[in-house]
Design a protein around this ligand. Structure first.
Ligand code: ZN
Length: 420
C-alpha cells in the first residue's frame, strides 16, 4: 500500500526547503541542535547498536576539541563517529550532504554529456505485522533478480542503459514498515524509462512472490518517469531532507503522545527521526520501532551504484562514478569520520572534563558561545560561560602547532593529577 508521502510523482516534488549542506557550513539552528542532543543522549543510553551508543560521546584521543569551521559553525571534534546513514541523527546529516554533492555533480555531468536521467520507484504491499528485516531481505533479493533477468538485459540494451544509483527509503506507516526503492537511471535513449521500468518490475514481482510479498504495477507498486535535470537535482536534494534528522514539530509530538502511545491518523507515516523523537518523549512503542529499525538497517547500504559507461572509440568502460566524478568513492564511515578538517581549535578539554560538559546543556550552549563571540574572544567567552555556570572544568588554549595537542594534554592531565 503506497502512502501519499512517498509514492507521489517525485519529479514534481518541491525542492528541499532546508539546505543541509549550507547548514553544515553556517551556524546551526538552536532548536534542532537541542532536540538532536536530546535524541543523542537517548541513543547513548538506549540504542540497540554499540556504535550509536558511542557516537559523539567517546573521545578518540586525549583531548576533545571545541572547534569552529571556516563558515562559522562550531562543533565538537575528536569523538567517535558511528557512520550510520540510516540511524544516526548526526552522521546521517554529514553523509547525505556529501552524497547530495556527489550525485548532483554526477547527474549534471551525465546530462551535459547528452544522457537522459529517469527515476524508477518500486514499492511493495505490506501489512502492520511484517518484520522490517524480512521485508528488506525480500526487497533486496527481488531487486537483484530484477537486475539479472534476461528480459531486463534486453530492456537495458534498448534504453541505452549506462548505470544507476539506487536508494533505499523506509517509512513507518499506519500499515507498518514501508520500505521502497528509488533508482535514478542514466540512459542514452529518451522515452525508454516506462518500458525498462515495466520489464524490471515484472522480474521483481516474480521473485517477491517467493517471499509471499506482492507489488502491483497498476496500484502504485511501480513508478517510472523521465526527469529534467532540475527535477533530478530536486530529487537528490530530497534525499538530504528525508534522510536527515529534523526535530519533530512540537505540536505534533504533543498530539501524538497525549493522543495515546504511538497513535496517529490513518495513512500518516513517520520517518525514523519522528519515531526517535517520540521515543525520546517517552513513547515505548516508538522506542521499539527505533530498535527494530536500527537492527534491520545495520550493514545495509542506503545508496548503491551500478553500471559502466563506454563511450565510442574508448577501449574500456569506466564505472558510473569514475566516468562522471574525479574523486574515489568514500564509504559512509569515512565521510562521517572526516569531521575534523577545515577547522580552527578554540578550546581543548580532557576526557573527564568533556564527560561533565556533555551531560549538560553546556554541550550545545558552548557551540553557540563560540559562534556568537568575536573570533579573537572565543576562548575567553568559553571560560566566562563555564565560570558563570559554576563548572569545575578547565579548558586549554590550543597550542599553535596541532601536533603537540597530545603532549600538552597529557602534561596537563598529569599536573592536575599530581596537584589534585
Ligand atoms: Zn553517528
Amino acid at each position: 500500500m503506497p502512502n501519499s508521502e512517498t509514492s507521489g510523482p517525485s519529479g514534481a516534488r518541491a525542492p528541499a526547503s532546508r539546505d543541509v549542506a549550507n547548514n553544515l557550513r553556517g551556524p546551526g539552528s538552536s532548536a534542532t541542535r537541542r532536540a538532536q542532543l536530546d535524541a543523542r543522549r537517548w541513543l547513548w543510553r538506549e540504542s540497540a547498536l554499540g556504535r550509536l551508543q558511542s557516537c559523539g560521546r567517546v573521545p578518540t584521543g586525549p583531548a576533545v576539541e571545541l572547534a569552529v569551521r571556516a563558515g562559522g559553525r562550531a562543533h565538537w571534534s575528536g569523538l567517535v563517529s558511528c557512520g550510520s546513514v540510516h540511524a544516526c541523527p548526526v552522521c546521517s546529516e554529514r553523509i547525505w550532504a556529501a552524497r547530495q554533492d556527489e550525485l548532483s555533480r554526477l547527474l549534471t555531468a551525465a546530462h551535459d554529456a547528452g544522457f537522459t536521467v529517469s527515476m524508477l520507484t518500486f514499492t511493495v504491499r505490506h501489512t502492520a505485522g511484517d518484520a522490517l528485516s524480512a521485508q528488506l531481505d525480500a526487497l533486496n533479493e527481488a531487486w537483484t533478480a530484477a537486475q539479472n533477468s534476461t528480459a531486463t538485459a534486453r530492456a537495458k540494451r534498448d534504453a541505452g542503459f549506462v548505470g544507476m544509483v539506487r536508494r533505499l527509503e523506509i517509512t513507518d506507516g499506519a500499515h507498518g514498515w514501508h520500505p521502497h526503492l528509488h533508482a535514478l537511471v542514466i540512459h542514452r535513449h529518451a522515452g525508454a524509462a516506462a518500458a525498462l521500468g515495466a520489464t524490471m518490475h515484472r522480474a521483481f514481482v516474480a521473485r517477491l512472490r517467493r517471499f509471499g510479498v506482492e507489488s502491483w504495477a497498476t496500484s502504485g507498486g511501480l513508478d517510472a518517469r523521465e526527469l529534467t535535470l532540475g527535477q533530478a537535482l530536486a530529487e537528490v536534494a530530497s534525499y538530504v531532507t528525508k534522510g536527515t534528522y529534523e526535530a519533530l514539530d512540537p505540536a505534533r509530538a504533543a498530539r501524538e503522545v497525549s493522543g495515546g502511545r504511538g497513535k496517529r491518523g490513518r495513512g500518516a507515516s513517520r520517518s525514523h527521526w519522528q519515531n526517535l523523537d517520540l521515543a525520546v518523549a517517552g513513547d515505548r512503542r516508538c522506542a521499539a520501532r527505533v530498535h527494530e529499525y536500527e537492527r534491520a538497517t545495520k550493514g545495509r547500504r542506503a545508496l548503491t551504484w551500478t553500471g559502466a559507461v563506454q563511450l565510442d572509440g574508448e577501449p574500456v568502460a569506466l564505472t558510473l562514478r569514475d566516468r562522471f566524478l574525479s574523486e574515489p568513492e568514500r564509504s559512509d564511515e569515512e565521510i562521517a569520520a572526516d569531521n575534523d578538517g577545515d577547522q580552527t581549535a578554540v578550546a581543548l578539554f580532557t576526557a573527564s572534563d568533556w564527560s561533565l560538559v556533555r551531560r549538560d546543556a553546556a554541550m550545545v550552549d558552548l557551540l553557540e558561545v563560540v559562534e556568537t563571540a568575536a573570533p579573537d574572544r572565543r576562548f575567553d567567552a568559553v571560560v566566562a560561560y563555564l565560570d558563570a555556570r559554576g563548572f569545575r572544568v578547565v579548558p586549554w588554549r590550543p597550542p599553535p602547532d596541532p601536533a603537540t595537542v597530545s603532549q600538552t594534554v597529557s602534561h596537563t592531565v598529569s599536573q592536575t593529577v599530581s596537584h589534585g
